[in-house]
Design a protein around this ligand. Sequence first.
Ligand SMILES: Cc1cc2nc3c(=O)[nH]c(=O)nc-3n(C[C@H](O)[C@H](O)[C@H](O)COP(=O)(O)OP(=O)(O)OC[C@H]3O[C@@H](n4cnc5c(N)ncnc54)[C@H](O)[C@@H]3O)c2cc1C
Length: 137
Amino acid sequence: MFPIVESREIAKNVFFQKIQAPRIAKKRKAGQFLIIRKGEGGERIPLTIVDSDPIGGTVTIIYQVVGKSTAELSKMKAGEELQDVVGPLGLATHIENFGTVSVFAAASGRPRCSRSPLRSRMPATSWCPSSGRATRN
Ligand SMILES: Cc1cc2nc3c(=O)[nH]c(=O)nc-3n(C[C@H](O)[C@H](O)[C@H](O)COP(=O)(O)OP(=O)(O)OC[C@H]3O[C@@H](n4cnc5c(N)ncnc54)[C@H](O)[C@@H]3O)c2cc1C
């Protein structure tokens, strides 16, 4: 079982959840995703890993409620447990040192951009603009 350690709505219909999954948190790379199943008989849904804490053993997801399974997931509170969390899945994003880069994101892409492990590789002059406002990293 995989306990939810933090759960909150960060924008209308967009949810942030931190899940205890120590082995995944240690292995995951930028661009990989999880398959999550809330409980027995539930649907398996793919969600991108936005962030991870290898020391605390948590992975973070951010998703929009669009149908039954994301709606059910969004109602889960800290302390409740997910039946299955499988990952990290998918090919990691290819990362190279290109020097100074600009990252553009909006809506639910913005937290992914600003919380991404890519951020730690960006020079201080990089920007992460969203919704018309630039945010200095
Ligand atoms: C690799 C990968 C990573 C992903 N990462 C993220 C992520 O980080 N964040 C995120 O928000 N999403 C992500 N997604 C998308 C996410 O997996 C889906 O939004 C989720 O699986 C939807 O499940 P659901 O049961 O809530 O919705 P579903 O019930 O599957 O519904 C999906 C859509 O279909 C419509 N629909 C359903 N049934 C019908 C019907 N009978 N007639 C007409 N329309 C219908 C719904 O209204 C809805 O718009 C990712 C997907 C993939 C493949």
